[in-house]
Design a binder for this molecule. Sequence first.
Ligand SMILES: Nc1nc2c(c(=O)[nH]1)N[C@H]1C(S)=C(S)[C@@H](COP(=O)(O)O)O[C@H]1N2
Ligand SMILES: [Mo]
Length: 320
Amino acid sequence: MLIRFRDPTAPRPSEITPEATWHDRRRFLAGGAGLALAGLMGAAPRAAGAASPDAFAPLPPARPSALSTAEDPNSFKQITTYNNFYEFGTGKDDPAHAAKALVTDPWTVRVDGACAKPGTLDAGTLTTRSDLEERIYRLRCVEAWSMVVPWVGIPLSTVLSRFEPTGDARYVAFETLHDPRQMPGQRSRVLDWPYREGLRLDEALHPLTILAVGLYGRVMPNQNGAPVRLVVPWKYGFKSIKSIVRITFTPDEPPTSWNQSAAHEYGFYANVNPTVDHPRWSQARERRIGEWGRRDTLMFNGYAEQVASLYAGMDLRKRF
Ligand SMILES: Nc1nc2c(c(=O)[nH]1)N[C@H]1C(S)=C(S)[C@@H](COP(=O)(O)O)O[C@H]1N2
Ligand SMILES: [Mo]
């Protein structure tokens, strides 16, 4: 994989240049064909009403992570207007509107289960930590699209270690807020609420797994899972649970929402794997949002070098 190094003291491009401008620059560098294509696809970032990062509070400068990809990120508009967040509707453009009113401050995350020091986590304190890292991940979704997102987050392991998991902690379970008054999607039974996800402890402690608190150097937009959501970049998008209120260390594999709703379609592991098809579609290729054609999907979403050893000896067709 490509690893990008940057001077950590230098301001990030997102701090000195409005994001729309660097997209213009990139399009200019790509030449006329790129320009024409972007116009055709309605990708012009200055379109009236386009979502702007300026509407979101800036986060303190984050250290660029050595695990960042060098790929160009998707635009702020693409990342914040094409979402899956069923608590706010099942349409891809629902969350951008319906999540606006979600109250994310104050927000506490309860941490319990098999740990010596159960307690709570104030989401607000996560955004001011000096170990915030900026990473660019390709978050691929089961619906065969992908995006490159410049998340800002903190390694989940840094947070979990404070609660001192015991020897019984073999898995970590996560839960989203359950509040049908604020989350209108929870009034219909598309899923068994609250949204639940889980990881094996070694997956949860892997340095690629982060608790994300923002993107493009700004606090997390509600539609992307404010104030704090998981990002597990080598897994399908549904593993990356949004708006987390509870984290529990468990001895057994915890139940997860999509697995409960359709076990033959969505496994617990959900590692991106081009050789294992979803029962209803091939997972060999994906469309990058903003691109026309499809590209080959990479094993573990391009992070095989970092994570393949976690699954040594496992039959990934059975444990999909
Ligand atoms: N609580 C909650 N988390 C969720 C979802 C959801 O519906 N509810 N959707 C998942 C799915 S299917 C995807 S593809 C990603 C999308 O994240 P994004 O909108 O930030 O791109 O969020 C995941 N996390
Ligand atoms: Mo998804």
